[in-house]
Design a protein around this ligand. Sequence first.
Ligand code: VGL
Ligand code: ZN
Length: 211
Amino acid sequence: MHPHAALIVVDVQPDFMPGGTLACHEGDTIVPGIDRLLRQRLFKQVVVTQDWHPRGHISFASTHAGKSAFETIPLHGHSQTLWPDHCVQDTPGAALHPGIDWSPADLILRKGSHPAVDSYSAFQENHGPDGQRPRTGLAGWLRERGVSEVYAVGLARDVCVLWTVQDALEAGFTAHVIWDLTRPVTPQSDAETRTTLQRLGIGILDSARLA
Ligand code: VGL
Ligand code: ZN
């Protein structure tokens, strides 16, 4: 159906759902739709990302004495938002969500494992101590499999989904967000997210328009 397209399913994990430690607004409502989309087998490749932090990760507010979640600190020359502890390796909140049949996944990419560097995007980590953003290798992996176009779904719309499609574009892919299968961590961010995507030429579409 989409012979040169990959689907990237970003961070659909219990900690990002209502009741989780870093809940996205209505995050659970996208689970059935993503499951349905995976069953349709519309994409040449399916990549799934999994936020996967060690205990005491640099992005956790609890790691920094006197700091609260959602404050920002300077880190490696850039601004880092501090989050509640989330997606700690091998905890139930870090699992791939049990409401989805993950068997169509060709690649499960874990990110955020470096203790001192955060990682929002599937393509590159955030800035590290040397000021660089290390590549995950995903661009090469996709290219070697004939992919030129990516579609992103998952969480959070305003963080990891947004960073993933921006980096996809920069890596030379055509990029789209399947908007109805994403939810934000900050609901008030939606207008700004849309504007950013439109300005960059990243497509915004609904899942109903795919099949
Ligand atoms: C995410 C904040 C911290 C995300 C991950 O998946 O959007 N947001 N870690
Ligand atoms: Zn994280």
